[in-house]
Design a protein around this ligand. Structure first.
Ligand code: HMH
Length: 236
């Protein structure tokens, strides 16, 4: 018979970790604002103006370029603070897929005649980047930055997976973008990030957990503003 690891027992009992309590209970409303934004809903019902998609594409490319050094800073923290090698492997896999992602943005941009070098970051994008940069500071605790990374990824995963549902009317030319973040493998990556984050939060002092919760909320607020910016004022 297989031995049961004590860390799994909480899950088997069905008790929720910090991250689940935040996303499903305490901050559920804000979480669903970030994951069910009109930008995403209008992709899935086939009504998004292509100008909005193009705006999102250019701005998100710039965002991802800022996101890479942030993830790299977590890789360094995992090297110093992780309890085993699996953390670093996980973060490294995330960094590796960002390499693919940059290539995808370049390819997708040329498909839509977008010149990426001409794109200027809008205010919401700049604010988000500044926030990420503040989290690269070596003083910021590892569980806090893991929380941020997980939250940033899970918002995109959940959002874009809505556009892949059987009853969605996502235009074929937008499916590839939705698949990038809505796919099952990315979902697994987000689940692993969540489990890792919870493991560290469980052992963290209360002030670190409080900071992580605050950062979770800040990520969601930034995500909503990013969608607002991308959506623009087009649809009436
Ligand atoms: C704004 N949030 C934003 N862009 C992304 N590419 C992700 C999250 C996920 O990587």
């Amino acid at each position: 018979m297989e031995g049961r690891r004590s860390s799994d027992e909480g899950e088997e009992r069905g008790s929720l970790g910090f991250t689940d309590i935040w996303m499903r209970e305490k901050h559920h409303l804000l979480y669903s604002k970030a994951t069910h934004h009109p930008f995403i809903l209008s992709i899935s019902n086939g009504t998004l103006h292509i100008s909005s998609f193009k705006r999102w594409l250019g701005q998100d490319y710039l965002f991802v370029r800022q996101f890479i050094p942030f993830v790299a800073s977590i890789l360094i923290k995992s090297w110093k603070e992780a309890v085993d090698n699996s953390d670093m492997d996980l973060i490294l896999s995330g960094l590796a897929s960002l390499n693919d992602e940059i290539s995808w943005f370049k390819k997708e941009a040329s498909k839509w005649d977008i010149v990426l070098s001409d794109i200027i970051p809008q205010e919401s994008n700049q604010d988000y980047s500044r926030f990420l940069e503040s989290l690269t500071n070596s003083e910021i605790d590892y569980p806090v930055v893991l929380t941020a990374l997980w939250a940033i990824e899970v918002v995109y995963q959940e959002s874009f997976s809505l556009c892949l549902k059987d009853d969605s009317k996502t235009p074929p030319e937008l499916l590839e973008a939705c698949h990038r973040w809505g796919n099952e493998e990315f979902k697994q990556y987000c689940c692993l990030l969540q489990r890792t984050t919870d493991r560290y939060l469980e052992k963290a002092p209360i002030n670190v957990v409080a900071k992580a919760e605050e950062v979770f909320v800040r990520v969601l607020e930034n995500e909503v503003k990013f969608w607002n910016m991308s959506y623009g004022e087009q649809q009436t």
